[in-house]
Design a protein around this ligand. Sequence first.
Ligand SMILES: Nc1nc2c(c(=O)[nH]1)N[C@H]1C(S)=C(S)[C@@H](COP(=O)(O)O)O[C@H]1N2
Ligand SMILES: [Mo]
Length: 323
Amino acid sequence: MRNRWNEPLGSEITSKTVWRQRRQLLSAGALLGLGLTGATRPGFASANTPESSDLRLDATLNPTFSVMDALTPERVVTGYNNFYEFGTSKSDPARYASAMQTDPWSVRVEGEVLKPKTFALEDLLKLSGMQERIYRLRCVEGWSMVIPWIGYPLSDLLKQVEPTGNAKYVEFVTDMQPKAMPGLKSRILNWPYREGLRLDEAMNPLTLLTFGLYGEVLPNQNGAPVRLVVPWKYGFKSAKSIVTIRLTEKQPVSSWEEVAPHEYGFYANVNPEVSHPRWSQARERRLGNDSVFGPSPRATLMFNGYADQVASLYSGLDLRKNY
Ligand SMILES: Nc1nc2c(c(=O)[nH]1)N[C@H]1C(S)=C(S)[C@@H](COP(=O)(O)O)O[C@H]1N2
Ligand SMILES: [Mo]
């Protein structure tokens, strides 16, 4: 019996090869410039039409911030998601998220800043150069993926609004669209979905404000039109479909921390030595790459393998207490 995520090696290689060829095409088309090509408005449709040009988002590969791991096939990245606004099943986001309205879209950046501002999506897309970065993303549930994201460092945005001396934290808030998001009826979280980082974590060059993946604008199920990606933390820190970014003096309470503080802390750094109360975090399974049968085959790395870049942020902090 074959599971849809248990793909033979051949198709894994095919998926990568096709992507590399497509990336070459993209750089050959670099005269079109950065940003969206082919359409006047970004068409944030589903990724089921990967070749249509209005979904394309051009970017330059940043090898310094990319890992060499085998990529997770695109259909897994866009078909197996956590986006509880659309339901708790992994297939719910791909099934329902196309109803989410992403045009027009704007992001309010406010709080402890000298220049609060509402950024239209069009302006956000032009604010800095688009980079492609191949990051590992590890879910707290024990699976992981390797995804070619497109975006730019969150710090490029935060510098524009000039954080005050009081700004110590950054809070991220997801949009609420009751008609499109059946999950909002469930009490699993207190909506809207909120996440937070310390300001120095938010300013770290790894922290990516993300608009696309696999050479295209984000599919809705992956957090269109703009989401966070924080690769050294468990996946739930990477808030999707962001409408507000708020700089604060006090540590914000994230949604998961609010409903289950003993299970999900504010930091949520990937840490194989600190177990979730109900399961170990020592090992993981790469979706689309590892067999779905048997025990998780890979050892999880401290800070998800990004220790060189981020361990210094936590010197002197007890990572058992600050999980
Ligand atoms: N708004 C919102 N953001 C969210 C979630 C969510 O339920 N709602 N799930 C998180 C979790 S648990 C993970 S693992 C990642 C999954 O991102 P992906 O679907 O792009 O792989 O999104 C995170 N961001
Ligand atoms: Mo997750």
